[in-house]
Every structure is written in structure tokens, then in C-alpha cells.
Design a protein around this ligand. Sequence first.
Ligand code: PEP
Ligand code: MG
Length: 620
Amino acid sequence: MNKNNPPPPQHKRLARTALTAPNVRAERLFSGIAVSAGIAIGPVFGTTEPDAVITRHKILASDISAEGARLEAAIIQSRKQLGKLRARLTVLPEESQAEIAPLIDAYTQMLRSSRLVRGARRRIEETLLSAESAVITESETIANAVLAQVGPDLPAEDRAGLRRRADEVTEIARRLVRNLTRAPFRSFADLPEGAILVAESLRPADAALLDPARLAGVVTEEGGADGHTAVMLRALGVPAVLGAVGLAHAMKPGDTAVVDGGTGRVVLNPSPTALAEAKRAVAAFARERQRYARLRRLPAQTADGEAIELQANLELPVELPLIVQSGAIGIGLLRTEFLFMNRETIPDEAVQTETYRAIVETMHGDPVTIRVLDWGGEKEIEALTIAGVVPELVDTNPALGLRGIRLLLRRSELLETQFAAILHASAFGPVRVLLPMVTTVAEVRSAREIYERVARRLRRRGDRLPEKLPPLGIMIETPGAALSADALALETDFFAIGTNDLTSYTLAVDRSETDVAELYDPVHPAVLRLVQFATEAALRLRMPVSICGELAAEPRLTPLLLGLGVRSLSMNASAVPKVKQAIRSAKIDDCIRFARRIMEQGQAERIRELLLDGIDSEDR
Ligand code: PEP
Ligand code: MG
């Protein structure tokens, strides 16, 4: 737990930032997907390329063809990576496309038949160099030859062109070598304080290693708006932009950047004017935060007096101070995956108990909904692979495989341990237990049987448990669960609607895939109708139902959700104040009319227009 070192508010983030002296490097603009609001200004720190260990060694003549094959495989892999980047450009504004596309094309061209590739092949065959040694040696030779032409007599434009050409060769060689050497996972240990982390991509497990107190912002070239990495960065309150194609390649050590996580704009080497503007934006953001802070103690109650349960999601323990400050009353979704990440062994009952207990105690009597492990999809967890609990994911489709409750029922010892730890923690404050990725009634029954068996075992052992077991609820995050919500409601104590996966599975869009990011649409009528169906099934039985996906964090959607009958929302802590503001200015009757209007629509575009116009435009 990081109680003594909470992430700083936004203005402090700026104050700590080490700004470089007036910048003479050319300003460049990039844009990507805005995933976590806030403005960051700071030196960039690239982690795109972990140092590849290259030994410039010779090979035996008998290994020539195997070494050649390694090189060809690395070329194909590099081409695929660039193809993916190129495809992604279409979602960017035209100006960004025009800037980046030629560069990626040049790289791709170089992987076809260039001096670099031909020379590397020749060096393997003729001088018996290993593939990586051949690539490095050839690229250095070419780059040096190109740079040797940079003479003072040449026009500046030509000199710049030659330097760019040398950079391109070096860059493509680096990519090849990384693929050849399978460079190891990166570490963030040497991330300078106040820096902006720039990476080609960031896995959820990487994001979990970040320290929000040291980090000004994050920009990556890959990733989607509601992928787990995005959720984590938002949760950490770190200004972040994902899918900013080209930045990782364009930046150089010593560069400064401004990251606007609210608009998706990134300015590399901002001009003095852009820098001044960014500082004003930071100040405005801090003022907004202050305004929200004043809301903290006010109740989450509509203008006509209806009380709404407003809670926060917890992804990592470092968020606890943020949650406590946010004004949320309890944790509506405690994702327990963090406990299993970045470690080689599965946490035992004692370790889990201690973690849950500490969180429950910190919430001082406010309820905590603990979701049991949701492994699968994009959430890779090393410890489970090492322990042989899950297969190494090679050619499977993890999002449709042994995910969430399916794995837990198959390896019930995991579930038993987790239930036992949660039950222990429930002696320290109100707790609810949540099952992920449920699709059938049978899964709920089996999980409940295990839950009650574990409780009986603990009681026999003399452990202190509350007289009435904590409620056992389920996530509604697949169309299958939503459409059978009436049957599932009879077996469970509450619903938590997870709109992130619900959107993915309904629209067949991978939530972390940039290529299809524009199709990932939580306000698609199909998704909203499933939310409505599941909500109504719960309300008919007077059973609690909450929304804990990212949809809940968008204040423009608050009137719609209230109008659908939802009275409990859980979201990342940073969104709590603005959603509270939306609740406090809404009247339930207006919300019902607004929701009715929206649910009549068949097109997401129209729904978005109505949401943007807002509830107040209803009477016009
Ligand atoms: C969801 O799917 O909406 C959800 C809240 O669960 P997670 O984001 O952890 O998959
Ligand atoms: Mg989910």
C-alpha cells in the first residue's frame, strides 16, 4: 500500500516536472486516443526499445542457412509490425497521416530489397556473422556512408535529408535486432521523476508497474481506449494518450513534450507559445479539480432527492488514497488481478487475506465489492502460467476461452483460496463478492456451492465470519448473460454490469485493438439495449444492479443510466466528482424521458448527438 506516497494532484505534477531550457528542436504534433484526462509537461522517456543484448559473434559454415532463416523470420515479423502501424494511421487526422505514412512506407520498403537487407544476407553467408551482428554491422556501414556525405557545402535541406536517411537505416536495423534477440521486458526503474513515458505499446502488466507519483504522463503508439492498459492509466490518474503513431520513433533523448490526455494531442518540443498555453491548461485543470473537490462532501443525490450509490473501481492499491479523496462511498469493483500480476507464484490465502483486509479497513465501513480473479482476454498473468494453472497462450483465442469464472471452476482451488481470503476480510467491514464472465446459471450455482462450502469449513475451524455471508453477485458482461439476466437474477444477490466487455463481445471488437478502435462503441444501441434488459430483470426482483464499466464514468451518460433505472454507479476515482455533479443536477422524471428518447434510436451516431445535446435540450 502506498499511503505515504499518494499520486500528486495535477498542479504538483507540473511543479515537479523538469522542464528543459528554451527549445530549439522543431515542434511536432501527434494525435492519438485520449484515454486519461490531464495535461502533462515534461521530458520524454522512451522505453520502446529495451536494450537488446547483441554479441557480435561468428557462426559455423554449417549454420549459414539456419542463420539466414532467422533473419528472414525477423524481416517478416518486422514487416507485420509496420503493416499494423500503417493500418492504424487511417484513424488519425489527415495531417498526422500525411506526416507519418511516408516514414512507415520507407521503413517497409527497406525491409523488402534494400542495401541493408541484401548486405546483411551477404555478411551471414560470406563473413559468417550471426544475423544480428550482420544487421548491425551493415546498418552502421550504410549510416556512416550516408552521414559522410553531409558536408558544409550542401544545402541545409539536403543535409537534413541525409541525416533522416541514416536514421531510417538505424531504426529499421534496431527493429530487426529486437525481433531477432527477443529483447527482454522493459523495466521502469530508471524512469526519471516527472517524465513522460513514451512506448510503442504497454501491456496491462507493465502499467501495473508504473508509479503515478513519479510519472507525468504516458503516450504509446498502440492500444485502444478501453483496453486494460487504458483503464489502468485512467485509474492511476496519469494523463495518457494511446495510439499516437510515430511519436516513439520521432522522439529523441532530451526532448520535451506536452501531453493532453483529454484531447489526445501530443506536442513534441513545444514552442514557447505552446508551452505557455499548456501551462495555462494545467492551471485550468487544477481549478476544475478544486471545484470538484468541493463536491466531495455533498451527497450523490439527484435534484429531486433520489439517493444514488456512487462508488469507485479499484485496479491497484495505489489508488486507495485517490478513492478516499474522491467522495466515493465504497468500492463497487475491486479487480483482484493485480495481486497475481508481476510475480512468479500464486498468492496464498494469508497474502490475499491481508490485502483485502487492509483495503476493507481503509474504507472505514463503506462497502467493498471484491471480484474474484478474472484471468483471460488481454489480462495475462505470469504466475498462473508458471504454476501450470493455465496453458501458455499460443494459438488460442483467450477472450473466448477459459476466462474468468470458467477458469476458477476448472481450477477450483484458486476460487476456494480467494473465497476464504475474502470471507476473512469480511469480518473487518461490509464486503460483497463478485463473479466475472458468467454466462450460465450452472456457473453461478457451482460457484455458490463452493462459496458456502468454504464458509462452512472456516466456521468449523473456528474462524470469525459474519453471521450472514456477504452477498454473491455476478458481472453481466457478455450478451449471453445480459439476455438471460432474468434467469440469472434468480440465482444471484446482485448484478454489476460491465460495459467494457459487454461492448467488446456484443460488437465483436477487441477492446484493446487500435485497428478497430472506432468500432468499439459503448453507446451502440445493441449495447444499451442489453444494459436496459439486464437492469430491468434486476429491478423486477428488486435486486441491486450497478454499472461498473467505463460507461459509468461519462457524466453525459448519467441521465440516461438513471433514466433506465440504475441507482448505483462505480467508476475510476477521478471520474467520481464529475458524475456526482451530473447526478446532482438531474431530475429523475427528466432522466426517464431522456432515456426513452435515446432507447428509441437505432443508430449510435444519433444517440451520440442526443447525448451531446444533453438532457436540457429535451424541451426544445
Ligand atoms: C467490464 O468488463 O466492463 C468490467 C468492469 O470488467 P473489466 O474491465 O475488469 O474486464
Ligand atoms: Mg470485464
